[in-house]
Design a protein around this ligand. Structure first.
Ligand code: G6P
Length: 487
């Protein structure tokens, strides 16, 4: 018999579709998030879906506590017609799970960010963080088990929830469980920096899913390699054009899917032509005063490689002085994860180098660099429209949507300098200028080539990049995974 009180489709992610801030008088303001997952989920015209997420701060926790079982939609909050269950996890547990394991250990591992002579260190502190990570994942599994109708489809998102598929399967073997990783997967040697017990827990956690999805074949293969080397699991290459990989372990099989999230063209083109963006575009035009522009937009994130990007720009101005007073680098580096010392230090390094570049090259009539650190989406879109060159040079990146958004929004064509280590490179390599993200001189040369690319070629490449970037829009991306899970 159908269960009409429980959900047939569920999504789980650490950061949910809404967040709250509180005023001094205690009133809560709700903000709706954007991004692929939110727009993907809005494609399901089934009110019987539930999104399970974590309360990320005190205001979120207050909202969750004011709602029965954390169900915001039943607590009087307008969450856009969606059912959202926000988990009020003990702040100490949340901090250890989110900052200690997800954003330090797992993020650093999969993005190859460790400076290995000193890190990682798996000591008693790390062990306590891991215990917290287990209970944070268990809280998600329990909430999903409670909300899901018999045989429901559950789509678990990202590295924060890496243990959830297996935990949930134990509680509810009737469910169809999908997992999607939005970040890269580390190569097997590097992955085995983790103590064996943790490495096994991460892999068997994911293998609790019926299907595990990645943005590129490369990350799926890396995951399969780890399963083979650490668990001695069997890897099966499927027949057919897609040649899907499967991992067989302890009598169960998990299929690995490749679903390259695309940019949302309709949303971006409409949003990029609203008045607030036009205003910011006019201001940026004035600031660059007729110079060519090299644009980058990132969170201030170690893996985004902002410092080497600035070094490359400095090298360009040193080695090819003809660009002085003719180009401006617009760098938007928005705050991120400031609870972590590495991120605070990195933010300081970005600022320091920006100041050095300005000191070295600025003239009375020319600022070589505009660095902005306050998050402003409308201004990012304005910069996308204006850019002659976009610089996307991550050390590693699961996908990188900036690389996909710029060609869609660009007014007159934009040359894309793109790291070969971004997931987006798999689809955009033909028309981007590929770089090795560690090679500062090579990056500077690519910037020069991008700046000198003939206008017609730039426009043609941009059109092809935009087509490739929008091949799988968020709604289709989401619905395809749901359909495969239900098949
Ligand atoms: C990036 C990653 C996502 C991840 C998110 C978390 O955008 O690509 O995979 O979920 O960071 O960021 P947060 O601000 O929630 O820590």
């Amino acid at each position: 018999m159908a269960d009409h009180t429980r959900a047939r489709v569920l999504v789980a992610s650490n950061r949910g579709p809404v967040s709250f801030s509180s005023a001094p008088d205690g009133s809560l303001t709700l903000k709706r998030g954007g991004g692929g997952l939110v727009s993907g989920l809005s494609a399901i015209e089934d009110p019987n879906t539930v999104w399970v997420c974590a309360a990320l701060g005190e205001a979120d926790r207050t909202a969750a506590r004011r709602s029965p079982q954390g169900r915001l939609d039943q607590g009087g909050f307008d969450v856009g017609g969606q059912a959202v269950r926000m988990l009020d996890i003990d702040p100490e547990v949340f901090d250890q799970a989110y900052n200690g394991v997800a954003n330090s250990t797992l993020w650093f591992l999969h993005h190859l960010l460790y400076n290995t002579p000193t890190a990682p260190v798996f000591d008693a502190t790390a062990a306590a963080q891991w215990t917290a990570f287990e209970s944070y994942n268990a809280a998600f599994a329990q909430a999903l088990a409670a909300e899901a109708a018999p045989g429901a489809a559950v789509l678990v998102q990202d590295y924060h929830l890496t243990l959830v598929p297996a935990l949930l399967r134990e509680l509810r073997p009737d469910l169809r469980i999908g997992y999607f990783l939005h970040i890269p997967w580390a190569p097997a040697d590097y992955f085995q920096l983790l103590p064996e017990e943790l490495a096994r827990a991460v892999l068997t956690g994911v293998l609790g899913a019926d299907r595990a999805g990645f943005h590129t074949r490369r990350w799926a293969e890396a995951f399969a390699d780890c399963c083979e080397q650490v668990l001695d699991a069997k890897i099966i290459s499927g027949a057919g054009a897609r040649n899907e990989l499967s991992v067989s372990y302890q009598g169960r099989t998990t299929k690995l899917g490749v679903h390259a999230l695309g940019a949302d063209a309709d949303f971006l083109r409409e949003r990029a032509h609203r008045a607030d963006v036009d205003e910011r575009l006019a201001a940026l035009r004035e600031a660059v005063g007729g110079c060519r522009t090299i644009v980058r937009v990132d969170r201030t994130e170690l893996s985004k490689n902002i410092v080497r990007g600035l070094q490359a720009y400095r090298h360009l101005l040193r080695s090819r002085p003809q660009w002085r007073e003719r180009v401006v680098h617009i760098a938007f580096a928005y705050p991120s994860r400031q609870d972590l010392a590495e991120y605070r230090d990195y933010t300081a390094a970005v600022r320091r180098l920006s100041e050095e570049i300005t000191e070295e090259f600025a003239t009375d009539s020319w600022q070589p660099l505009i660095l902005q650190v306050e998050d402003d989406f409308a201004r990012s879109l304005a910069a996308y429209r204006l850019a002659d060159v976009a610089l996307v040079n991550p050390i590693r990146d699961g996908m990188n949507l900036v690389a996909k958004e710029v060609p869609v929004v660009s007014d007159a064509g934009c040359a894309l300098v793109l790291s070969r280590e971004a997931g987006a490179h798999a689809e955009l390599a033909d028309d981007a200028l590929s770089i090795n993200p560690y090679d500062v001189i090579g990056t500077a040369e690519a910037l020069h080539r991008a700046l000198t690319m003939p206008t017609a070629e730039r426009a043609e490449r941009t059109a092809r990049l935009a087509a490739a970037a929008t091949a799988l829009p968020p709604q289709q991306w989401f619905l395809a995974q749901l359909a495969e899970l239900s098949a």
